[in-house]
Ligand binder design. Structure first.
Ligand code: KG4
Ligand code: ZN
Length: 337
C-alpha cells in the first residue's frame, strides 16, 4: 500500500511516499530557516506564503524520488492540525485538490499522532508505552495503548520545551531554531554553572511549566549586562538552561511510568533530537530496566513520513477514509484524545 503524506503545519514544507507502513520511498523536507532566522521565531504569514510557493514542487519531488506516479498512490494523507492555520490550509487544500482530481481517498491527520507514531517508521514498539511528545508547540505525556488509543497524562501549562529553547537562543542572539544551537553551545559549558529553577519537580503532577525558566534566564542575562551577579559565559548559560529542561522532562517521564505501570518509553518531536535529553532518558531507563525508543533525528523534527505512517496505521486499523473528504478542515487547536 502506497501512502502520499503531506505536512505543512509550521515551517517545514514536506511530502513523503511510504510503502506498507515502514518502507520509506521518499522523504522531502524544505525548511524555512533562512526565512525566519532573523526574527528569532516563525512568522506565520511568511510561513504560509512560502508553503504556497513550494508545496507543488515538494510533492512532485517526493513522487520522483520514490519512483512512483500519482496514479499508483493508494491513500493521500495531510496534516489537518494542530499548527498555524494559514500553513495547515496550504497542505490540506493541496491534498484535497489532488484527492478530488485523482479520485483517491484522503485522511486528515493529527500532527501529534504523527510524532507519536514516527518511531514505527523504523521499529515496532509493543503497546502500551509512555510517549513524551516534546516540540516547539507541545510538551505532552501520553499513555499509548494501541494505534488510535492515546490518553493525555500531562502537558505544559505555558511554554513548550522547544519554545523555551527558541526563546533562550533569541535572548543569546543565536537565531532560529534555538534547539540545535543551544545544544551545540552547551557542549562547551558547565551544566551546573547556575541552578536555574526546575518548575513542578517536587510534586506528583505530570504537567510542566517552562515560562519561569525562560524568565530566570532573562534576569540572569540582564544582571550580567549590568555586571551584577555571576558573570557566566553564554556556553555556561546554555548548558545550565538545557540541564534544567532535561531534568524536568526526565523526572516527569519516569513519574508517569511509575504511576501508569509502564516499562517502555518513546521520546519524540523536535526536542527529542537533543542529545543530552536522549542520553539522560536512556541512562535513567537503564537504571530501572526499562526500554527506550527514539526516532532518528530526521523523524524527530517535522516531516511528512510520520504523517504517512500515522495514516497507514489508521487505515489498517479500521479508520475509513473520510467520505466527506471535501469537508475536511484545518484546526489550529486539534487535540488528540
Ligand atoms: O517537531 P518540530 O520540528 O516542530 C513542532 O511541531 O514544533 O519541533 C521544533 C522544535 C523547535 O522548538 C526546535 O528548537 C526544537 O524542536 N529542537 C530542538 C533540537 N532540535 C530541534 N530542541 C533541543 N535540541 C535540539 N537538538
Ligand atoms: Zn512537530
Amino acid at each position: 500500500m502506497l501512502v502520499l503524506g503531506i505536512e505543512t503545519s509550521c515551517d517545514e514544507t514536506a511530502a513523503a511516499v511510504l510503502k506498507d507502513g515502514n518502507i520509506l520511498l521518499s522523504n522531502v523536507i524544505a525548511d524555512q530557516i533562512s526565512l525566519h532566522d532573523k526574527y528569532g521565531g516563525v512568522v506565520p504569514e511568511l510561513a504560509g506564503r512560502s508553503h504556497v510557493e513550494r508545496i507543488h514542487h515538494v510533492i512532485e519531488q517526493a513522487l520522483k524520488d520514490a519512483k512512483v506516479s500519482l496514479a499508483e498512490i493508494d491513500l493521500i494523507a495531510a496534516t489537518r492540525g494542530p499548527g498555524l492555520v494559514g500553513s495547515l490550509l496550504v497542505g490540506l487544500n493541496t491534498a484535497k485538490g489532488i484527492a478530488y482530481s485523482s479520485k483517491k481517498p484522503i485522511l486528515g491527520i493529527n500532527h501529534l499522532e504523527g510524532h507519536l507514531l514516527a518511531i514505527f517508521l523504523q521499529e515496532k514498539v509493543e503497546f502500551p508505552f509512555l510517549a513524551l511528545g516534546v516540540s516547539g508547540g507541545h510538551t505532552d505525556l501520553y499513555r499509548v495503548d494501541g494505534f488510535g488509543k492515546y490518553t493525555l497524562l500531562g502537558r505544559t501549562r505555558d511554554d513548550a520545551a522547544g519554545e523555551s529553547f527558541d526563546k533562550v537562543a533569541k535572548m543569546l542572539g543565536l537565531g532560529y531554531p534555538g534547539g540545535p544551537v543551544i545544544e551545540k553551545l552547551a557542549r562547551s559549558g558547565k551544566p551546573d554553572a547556575f541552578p536555574f529553577p526546575r518548575a513542578m519537580l517536587g510534586n506528583e503532577s505530570l504537567d510542566f511549566s517552562f515560562s519561569g525558566l525562560k524568565t530566570a534566564v532573562r534576569n540572569l542575562l540582564l544582571k550580567r549586562q549590568r555586571r551584577e551577579g555571576p558573570q557566566l559565559s553564554d556556553a555556561d548559560v546554555a548548558a545550565s538552561f538545557q540541564a534544567a529542561v532535561v531534568d524536568v522532562l526526565v523526572k516527569k517521564v519516569f513519574l508517569a511510568c511509575e504511576q501508569q505501570d509502564l516499562s517502555r518509553v518513546v521520546v519524540t518531536g523536535g526536542v527529542a533530537a537533543n542529545g543530552a535529553l536522549r542520553e539522560a532518558v536512556k541512562t535513567a531507563a537503564e537504571a530501572r530496566g526499562m526500554q527506550t525508543y527514539f526516532p532518528k533525528l530526521v523523524f524527530c523534527t517535522d516531516n511528512a513520513a510520520m504523517i504517512a505512517c500515522a495514516a497507514y496505521h489508521r487505515y489498517q486499523n479500521g479508520g475509513v477514509p473520510d467520505t466527506e473528504a471535501m469537508q475536511l478542515d484545518a484546526s489550529a487547536t486539534l487535540s488528540l484524545d
